[in-house]
Design a binder for this molecule. Structure first.
Ligand code: IFM
Length: 457
């Protein structure tokens, strides 16, 4: 285990750089059918035998729906500037269309106002995967109608609380929704069809662009963007086969999303690879998708290494490996950010998720997660390096605030900087959280110092 470096990380960043923590609705809220919430595709998927490694579900999760005030206090203690969270679409509009659920809207409004009261900026995501089940029954993201329902959802949230938000993100990680959900079937909704995945990805992108246009048309006061999960894709060897395969995988992961968002086209090599499975487009779709954004988020965890011979075994690199089996490779974050900045006319960038799952143990009320602190510190340094190389970066957010429901892996994988005892719902700050808080509250002018100064009078 590596010792956390004694870094003065924030010194390399401008004062207005935004430091945060992130979560998502399904992973922490619980209250799956409380106060009028409708079912989501993840509620349904968890019921499929074998879908979730520990056969768990999101019925209780971190019980954040009931403990939100204490959790906001916890976020405040960390000294962050921002909290990135998502809205559960079926909590605010249970069927995805039709009646809105006032109690659901009130819940998120209380979160937003509670954050602002504590001096924390709310970064709201509309789609972190929990699509209303009723929309899935009509085809989910393969159905073009879902695009229009999503635009209405975006408008409703913006009308209700957009005046108090730091930003609205349309989608979190559309690649995951499309590929893991509709092609590999290992995430909700559990479909295995390459054509369905391609169509779903197009509709996700289209709904993003149309939502931006609709929100601007209604005078939205907040900043608008999308969040992609991206990695540098490297060839395992110099062989022509590996390099060709790596180029295609780069196309499927990065260029399939970045090209339409910034260049108005899908990459030709991926379209050729898809052949008859390529998505159906209508006139104007590509123009809508490239609607300018105010910011963009990148979720980074590791690099991808591609061999034409089959899956790459991360253990052979000799790099540290997280509990997810992912290599710790911070230089990949610098490489990725510089590439995005060089190849595309990107708006200001945020790292909207970054962190590691490690096997934590609570000992005498403490969690000594030096490996997680080391991971986060090294990735923050990688962001600083990207900025030195000219990338416009505005923020960095740790994934995650809390240990939570890690999708198909269930609760066994812990990404939190705050430990959650799921039997008691007790929260314990891990050493990584204490380190992050110490770093952030020591910044010149931090709100905690103002409070301390007032108290000292
Ligand atoms: O937990 C997820 C999150 O929901 C989306 N990005 C990756 C995280 C870790 O797998």
């Amino acid at each position: 285990m590596t010792q956390a470096p004694a870094i003065t990380t924030t010194a390399s960043f401008p004062e207005k750089f935004v430091w945060g923590v992130a979560t998502s609705s399904f992973q922490i809220e619980g209250a799956a059918d409380v106060d009028g919430k409708g079912p989501s595709i993840w509620d349904d998927f968890c019921k499929q035998p074998g879908a979730i490694a520990d056969a768990s579900d999101g019925v209780t999760a971190c019980d954040h729906y009931h403990r939100w005030q204490d959790d906001l206090d916890l976020i405040d203690r960390l000294g962050v500037d921002a909290y990135r969270f998502s809205v559960s679409w079926p909590r605010v509009r249970p069927g995805g269309s039709g009646a809105w659920n006032e109690k659901g809207l009130d819940f998120y409004e209380r979160i937003v106002d509670g954050l602002l009261a504590r001096g924390i900026k709310p970064y709201l995501t509309l789609n972190h995967w929990d699509l209303p089940s009723e929309l899935q029954a009509k085809g989910g993201w393969t159905d073009r109608d879902t695009v229009h329902r999503f635009v209405e959802y975006a408008q409703g949230i913006d009308q209700r609380m957009g005046d108090r938000l730091a930003s609205i993100t349309t989608h979190n990680e559309p690649w995951v929704v499309a590929v893991l959900g509709y092609e590999q079937g290992i995430f909700a909704p559990g479909i295995k069809s390459r054509a369905a995945a391609a169509q779903a990805s197009h509709h996700l992108l289209l709904s993003h662009g149309l939502a931006l246009q609709a929100l601007r048309a209604q005078g939205s006061k907040t900043r608008l963007g999308i969040v992609l999960n991206l990695s540098p894709v490297q060839s395992a060897t110099d062989s022509a086969e590996d390099q060709a395969q790596a180029h295609l995988e780069d196309g499927k992961l990065l260029r399939w999303y970045m090209d339409p968002l910034f260049q108005g086209s899908y990459p030709a090599d991926v379209l050729a690879y898809l052949g008859a499975d390529a998505p159906q487009l209508q006139a104007g779709d590509l123009d809508a998708i490239r609607t300018p954004m105010d910011f963009m988020g990148v979720n980074y965890y590791s690099r991808a290494v591609i061999s034409a011979k089959g899956p790459w075994d991360a253990k052979q690199s000799g790099l540290p490996i997280t509990d997810m089996g992912w290599e710790v490779y911070p230089e990949g974050l610098t490489e990725l950010l510089v590439r995005m900045h060089t190849d595309y006319p990107v708006p200001p960038l945020y790292v909207t998720e970054n962190g590691g799952a490690f096997k934590d143990a609570v000992q005498d009320g403490q969690v000594h997660d030096a490996d997680r602190t080391d991971y986060i510190a090294r990735h923050i340094e990688a962001v600083a390096e990207a900025m030195r190389q000219g990338v416009r970066m505005e923020g960095y957010m740790v994934w995650s605030l809390l240990d939570n429901f890690e999708w198909a892996s269930g609760y066994a994988k812990r990404f939190g900087i705050v430990h959650v005892d799921y039997a008691t719902q007790k929260r314990t700050l891990k050493d990584s959280a204490i380190w992050y808080a110490a770093m952030l509250t020591a910044r010149p002018g931090h709100r905690s110092q103002k409070v301390a100064a007032i108290n000292a009078i």
